[in-house]
Design a protein around this ligand. Sequence first.
Ligand SMILES: Nc1ncnc2c1ncn2[C@@H]1O[C@H](COP(=O)(O)OP(=O)(O)O)[C@@H](O)[C@H]1O
Ligand SMILES: Nc1ccn([C@@H]2O[C@H](COP(=O)(O)OP(=O)(O)O)[C@@H](O)[C@H]2O)c(=O)n1
Length: 213
Amino acid sequence: MSSFLIIAVDGPAASGKGTIAARLAAEYGLPHLDTGLLYRAVGLKVLDAGGSLDDEAAAEAAARSLEVSGLSENARLTTGEAGEAASRIAGYPGVRAALLQLQQDFARQTGGAVLDGRDIGTVIAPDATAKLFITATPHTRATRRWKQLTARGDAIGFDEMLADIVKRDERDAGRGAAPMVQAGDAVLLDTTEMDIEAAFDAARRIVEAARAR
Ligand SMILES: Nc1ncnc2c1ncn2[C@@H]1O[C@H](COP(=O)(O)OP(=O)(O)O)[C@@H](O)[C@H]1O
Ligand SMILES: Nc1ccn([C@@H]2O[C@H](COP(=O)(O)OP(=O)(O)O)[C@@H](O)[C@H]2O)c(=O)n1
């Protein structure tokens, strides 16, 4: 069994892919990159500069000059505003091109890595050892995200949350550049009826089966 291990974890909003990716990274002693943070940071950078999310050139410039250190400590990146902004700029090919190399370098570092996002198994690491596509029903995902955001004081109604998630999924799956799609060789994991422990357990078994191939 090779000691080089790339695990690609993709899926729609609030499916639990970040939680699973972080747990897998701890399990296998690998570094983890939440690639959604990159797009969230670019979206907020455009907004903070007073720009428009419709301005493709501004988004591409923000992506090219993105400072990637410290993103996971920035709580603002996990807000609903950042998620929406991310999805608006993530369809621009120039933004995706600007963020490609750093993600591929992260994936190919010595020993390997775990990355989660929308296009890890299809574009960033098509040669990944194990590919998972995590999903759950929109209602379940909206419930999870609503609990997560309201627990920390963000004011949002459940119906609005559900509508936001459905709209973002449609935009992510419908765009021309690296749309959210399950890779042909990814294993689908529907966590609707699973708690975090059960979902992680199922994910670990998928990785073990892939490593044994
Ligand atoms: N299987 C699960 N059951 C219940 N809650 C979950 C499950 N997986 C994740 N969560 C919770 O749902 C929220 C969203 O999970 P997260 O991993 O951030 O999703 P994603 O990375 O897909 O957006 C978090 O609060 C997380 O703790
Ligand atoms: N690899 C990735 C990761 C995120 N994204 C975009 O960034 C947005 C935010 O991603 P995220 O993973 O942080 O969002 P959640 O699934 O956590 O809600 C997504 O809706 C996508 O539009 C992407 O296009 N490609």
